[in-house]
Ligand binder design. Structure first.
Ligand SMILES: *Cc1c(COP(=O)(O)O)cnc(C)c1O
Length: 451
């Protein structure tokens, strides 16, 4: 079997296999890697998922990409150890379900990708005797998930940048209480500043002696595992072949691209509802065909989605035959009609986000945090446009309500229980560095850390 190849969305770099795409993160032409062709899963293969546990579905989906690169038994073991926590699907209302992706070690959906990617990285680096520094910018949850996943993985040093004033206390503690190979840096700036500094470091010839890689949602190793839970959800809530609605709270659009990947591989998807907070560049683009990124990004309650220019849009545009570069410039329009047929997008204000948490609790006795509430409100907007019919719908809750205790308590009157896996981190001493949003200083810092 010849290995599947990944090409850059900018079209100027050679195609590479999964191992190279994963270790590089971003393509040399600053584009994002995407499979040349999505490997199909036959309807019978997908139907069989109904009887399989999560880790086995992960194995069957991911093995289509790892082919000759990771032996089957090794991949199966990686899936088994990475996905050793439950993935609850709670019934909201007849055929509407809430999928909680918050039972991993850092209580956000980012664990699904980070846990698998860290295992793949560890394996590839060990095979090559190589070392890398993983640079990652976080708007709150990525940093924690990545830091935990890569903690103590040999050959890896992790440096996490986060916007000092934009993450919650528990989000911060989940990343600043690790030691060993993990360093965290509070940037006096916004998430976009952090992301821009990371991108600049990758392109900086002065850093060519430091082997850098990325664990952001720009890494294809983050994206592929995020397709698995859509297969899983469908296998639990739908009949074989029955299409499903997915409502996904979106920031950098990695989560929703997981659903796009699943659909490209053959999962019947009725509609992807990609809801954003006040950072509404995507719904505006979908409606008008004109893309204008939002700079600076707007602060919202759903802080992990305060993204002015979602980097995964380059991938989404590519799937629909267009080309967008890393700055957000469109070199070729995607097929907008097809995009609108498959995707609905809407922007949810903070007021509606709060109202959604309250309403969901009052109506269904189920607790949401702000990101999940954005998904719920987006779903309401969609059903106002078009009735659901009989198709099942899955709302994606991306974080545990305990990560946003103040927001939740304000609405329902009590603070949510903290999951035991989070408690330990919250009690350990913090240790992190501080820097201005100044690339020159960050470069110095990197050189110093590498020495
Ligand atoms: C990262 C994150 C999101 C947004 O996911 P994207 O893949 O960036 O769109 C939503 N909710 C939570 C809790 C997150 O951590």
């Amino acid at each position: 079997m010849s290995a599947l190849l990944f090409r850059s969305t900018n079209g100027q770099s050679p195609a590479v296999n999964l191992r190279e795409a994963l270790l590089r993160g971003q393509a040399p032409d600053r584009g994002l890697y995407l499979p040349e062709k999505f490997p199909p899963l036959a309807p019978a293969e997908i139907a069989a998922f109904a009887r399989l546990p999560y880790h086995e579905i992960a194995f069957r989906v991911l093995s289509k990409y790892t082919g000759s690169i990771i032996p089957s038994d090794a991949l199966a073991a990686m899936c088994h150890s990475a996905y050793n926590f439950p993935v609850p699907l709670e019934i909201v209302n007849v055929r509407v379900f809430l999928m909680r992706l918050d039972q991993g070690p850092t209580a956000s959906f980012k664990d699904f990708a980070a846990q698998m990617m860290a295992r793949m990285f560890g394996r590839f680096l060990q095979e090559d005797g190589r070392q890398v520094t993983i640079l990652t910018a976080t708007s709150g949850d990525t940093g924690a998930a990545v830091a935990h996943a890569f903690h103590k993985i040999p050959g890896v040093r992790v440096i996490v940048l986060f916007p000092a004033a934009e993450v919650s206390e528990s989000q911060r503690k989940l990343m600043t209480t690790l030691k060993d190979n993990v360093r965290t840096v509070a940037i006096d700036g916004k998430f976009d500043d952090c992301q821009a500094m990371v991108k600049q470091a990758f392109a900086d010839p002065a850093l060519k002696d430091i082997p850098l890689s990325s664990a952001n949602s720009i890494n294809i190793g983050r994206l592929l595992p995020q397709s698995v839970y859509y297969f899983y959800a469908a296998s639990r809530v739908a009949q074989a072949g029955e299409p499903v609605f997915f409502s996904i709270p979106s920031g950098n659009f990695g989560d929703m691209m997981g659903a796009v990947v699943a659909r490209e591989m053959g999962l019947p998807v009725k509609k992807i509802i990609a809801s954003v907070n006040d950072n509404d560049a995507f719904p505006r683009f979908l409606a008008s065909g004109t893309y204008r990124k939002i700079a600076p990004s707007r602060n919202s309650l759903s802080n992990a989605m305060n993204v002015g220019h979602p980097s995964n849009l380059a991938r989404l545009v590519a799937v629909y035959g267009g080309q967008m570069d890393e700055t957000g410039r469109l070199h070729r329009q995607p097929d907008l009609a097809a995009m609108r047929r498959d995707i609905f997008s809407t922007s949810i204000s903070d007021a509606r986000t709060v109202a959604g948490v309250r309403e969901f609790w009052n109506n269904f006795q189920l607790l949401l945090e702000p990101h999940g509430s954005v998904a719920w409100q987006g779903f309401q907007d969609w059903t106002a446009v078009e009735p659901l019919g009989t198709s099942p719908a899955v709302l994606v809750e991306t974080a545990n309500p305990a990560k946003f205790p103040e927001e939740v308590e304000k609405v329902v009157g009590w603070a949510p229980d903290v999951p035991t896996n989070m408690l330990a981190s919250l009690r350990l001493p913090e240790d992190y560095d501080r820097l201005d949003a100044d690339y020159g200083k960050f470069r110095e810092y990197l050189v110093q850390q590498h020495a």
